[in-house]
Write a protein that binds this ligand. Structure first.
Ligand code: WT7
Length: 671
């Protein structure tokens, strides 16, 4: 039997749950929205896929400012796509210069809230208008030039969540340098590996960053990274000529003469005049490293025109952006969400993008709600893992603040379980805000499957329908398209402008990972269920879909069932080899505060899952834990959990763990 055939235990049991109803967009919301009805969406969608050249060509012409018009919309020979051939444009000009002679010039481009220095103290704040951001970017671009950075050179950015991170990114794009942002929580080794892989010439960093009241020593990590030697005995990061250091925490750092320079000093030598370099549509824009199924991260390559168009269009339609919005995407700039939905998408639309430097629970668990009340945030875009943490901390924290400015909520990064969805809807959104559950990937550059808030009726747990011009399908192992009401591998059948153009320095891996599973189509690596309405329910990574006694079970599905039990805060489910069933299910469970783990509860939870999904999905083991091991971006470290579940010794890179003691505790936990 094919692995992807629907079975009784399949994901459609999720859609069959009685408490999941369709939520239609409110009339008042739809009336003002860019896309006002499902029929409107369907009409535009049908046009976009019937004539993709016409659709994307028109969008590119009207949405982007071109220095030289493109001649051809698309040249595609799978897996290689080239969009908007012959055209020239500049990303920073599209995000900044475009607004200079308009009423937007003095509008806030970035609202920045720093981490509070201490409990009880307010955070620092800065407002940067489009005109000011333009000046800052021009000056910093001149700094890059002063140090010999040219078109095509790679620049590594390793900064905290401060406005200068956006300035550095935009300055690179202004002169055609290719940025590679490395999340500030990554280790020196990660920095060295990424410099080595990208052959970057420069690192832009800070003396430190604030995190929960302490200082993250970024420059120290850079110093360490620069000293790490490769197998041949030479430094991995030997291509680095200059390190530009932003003063942020006033931490004592080592400055190496000739190599390290201060950001603020450099500004003394440059003017604010820096014309944007016209770039080819297909010129590399940035590289962003992301982990794959093997240990070595892949450098995902995005290019200029297509990426910008994707980020801009989706920002406008998915978040229904309007001039008066205060839009807050909580992602760090080190992830693709920070690229597309903190910087490029909002700025290309002339929106106000809020940036916050710190953690959601420092100094207290109401930090987010305080910020929303303070800035009158209208749109909030965050991750299910954060939402579940907020649920666990309790309703009293959001209830202390006025959240009435919110009009739209978004979710991204992993399947959102219906309980978290409902909580988000009721407690944060006051039942009046639509929720957009947006599915996409580092590789796709922009949102691919999502509700449009004024048009698409939503159901908790599904990302609903494809964005304009996007053709997702589910297929079986032979690559054949499956009908509604079944589950399979999620592929994208047609190219789209913001798709990745390659894996940096590894064309073979690009083809093998994304274009070999299903011939001629982009393979997402995700399993997905399509329900009777054609709604896409992402089950999770294919490697997280288990086969237990011949039944396919999505770990996300079991997790969702566990999380619907009132005692449970969060659950992660992984497989371990089992002689009889092939794979057995192991659940790692954290309980709500005040609930104690005991053997009866274990049995209660097994029964609960049996009831929610079916007996086949009952976890074989349930292990209680204080917290789950997570990467800095909040993803549960499943591979580690699998190793723990199988009782093998823990190997591999653990530098991205939030809390190593959690892992140790789990590894040694007695049943
Ligand atoms: C993977 C991509 C794209 C921004 C952040 C993550 C999972 C993402 C959803 C969603 C269910 C989702 C998928 C995808 N994912 N959004 N709305 N519902 N799953 O980027 O690190 O490249 O991860 O995240 O499994 O393949 P990423």
């Amino acid at each position: 039997m094919s692995q992807t055939t629907t079975t009784a235990a399949d994901a459609n049991t999720r859609t069959a749950r009685k408490d999941i109803a369709m939520l239609k967009p409110a009339k008042e919301f739809s009336a003002k929205a860019h896309i006002k009805s499902l029929a409107h969406y369907r009409k535009l969608y049908a046009e976009s896929v019937a004539n993709p050249d016409g659709f994307w060509g028109r969008q590119a012409e009207t949405e982007l400012v071109w220095d030289k018009p493109f001649k051809k919309v698309l040249q595609f020979k799978a897996p290689h796509a080239k969009w908007f051939l012959g055209g020239k444009l500049n990303v920073s000009a599209n995000c900044l210069d475009k607004w200079l002679d308009t009423p937007h010039a003095n509008k806030a481009a970035i609202l920045w809230e720093g981490e509070p220095a201490a409990p009880g103290k307010p955070g620092e704040e800065r407002t940067i208008t489009y005109r000011q951001l333009h000046r800052d970017v021009c000056m910093f671009a001149n700094v890059l030039k002063r140090h010999g950075i040219k078109k095509g050179d790679r620049v590594l950015i390793y900064l905290p969540m401060v406005p200068e991170a956006a300035v550095a990114m935009l300055a690179c794009t202004r002169i055609g340098a290719v940025h590679s942002v490395v999340f500030g929580g990554f280790s020196a080794q990660s920095v060295a590996d990424r410099v080595y892989d990208s052959q970057a010439r420069m690192i832009i960093t800070a003396d430190g960053g604030f995190r929960r009241g302490s200082v993250v020593q970024l420059k120290k990590s850079v110093d360490e990274a620069l000293a790490i030697k490769g197998a041949d005995g030479t430094p991995l990061a030997k291509t680095i000529e200059k390190v530009i250091v932003l003063r942020r925490t006033q931490t004592d750092i080592h400055i190496q003469e000739g190599r390290d320079v201060w950001w603020h000093r450099e500004l003394e030598y440059v003017s604010a005049d820096c014309p944007a370099t016209p770039m080819d549509s297909e010129a590399p824009l940035f590289i962003l490293y992301t982990s794959g199924s093997t240990g070595k991260p892949k450098g995902i390559l995005h290019t200029t025109a297509g990426y910008l168009l994707g980020a801009k269009l989706t920002s406008r339609y998915v978040f229904d952006l309007r001039d008066e919005d205060v839009y807050w995407c909580t992602a760090d700039i080190g992830w693709v969400t920070g690229h597309s939905y903190v910087v490029y998408g909002p700025l290309a639309n002339g929106a106000t993008s809020l940036m916050y430097e710190g953690a959601p629970n420092w100094p207290e668990p109401d930090r987010f709600w305080k910020i929303i009340a303070k800035y009158r945030v209208t749109i909030l875009y965050t991750a299910p893992t954060a939402i579940r943490a907020f649920m666990k901390w309790g309703d009293q924290w959001p209830k202390k603040h006025d959240l009435s400015s919110l009009r739209l909520l978004g979710s991204v990064g992993e399947p959102i379980n219906p309980e978290a969805w409902m909580w988000y809807h009721e407690v944060i959104g006051g039942k009046r805000c639509p929720i957009v559950d947006t599915w996409w990937q580092t590789e796709t550059g922009a949102i691919m499957i999502t509700p449009l808030p004024g048009a698409t009726p939503t159901k908790p747990g599904t990302a609903t329908l494809p964005f304009f011009g996007i053709v997702p399908e589910i297929v079986d192992d032979a690559g054949k398209t499956l009908p509604n009401n079944s589950s399979g591998k999620l592929v994208i059948r047609k190219p789209w402008p913001s798709m990745l153009r390659g894996v940096w320095g590894d064309p073979k891996r690009f083809v093998e990972t994304y274009w070999s599973e299903v011939k001629g189509s982009y393979f997402t690596g995700d399993g997905c269920h399509v329900d009777k309405d054609g709604y896409f329910w992402i089950i999770g990574r294919i490697d997280d879909v288990l086969n237990v006694a011949g039944h396919r079970i999505g770990t996300a599905e079991v997790e969702s069932a566990l999380a619907s039990n009132p005692n449970v805060a969060e659950a992660a489910v992984v497989g371990r080899p089992d002689e009889l069933k092939g794979q057995a299910l192991v659940a790692f469970v954290t309980l709500k505060s005040g609930i104690k783990a005991h053997p009866e509860l274990r049995e209660e939870l097994r029964q609960h899952v049996g009831k929610e999904i079916g007996p086949v999905a009952k976890p074989d083991d349930i292990r209680f834990a204080d917290a789950l091991p997570k990467t800095r971006s909040g993803k549960i470290m499943r591979r580690l959990l699998k190793q723990i579940a199988s009782g093998v010794e823990i190997k591999g890179d653990t530098t991205t763990l939030e809390d190593l003691s959690v892992l140790a505790k789990l590894a040694t936990a007695e049943d």
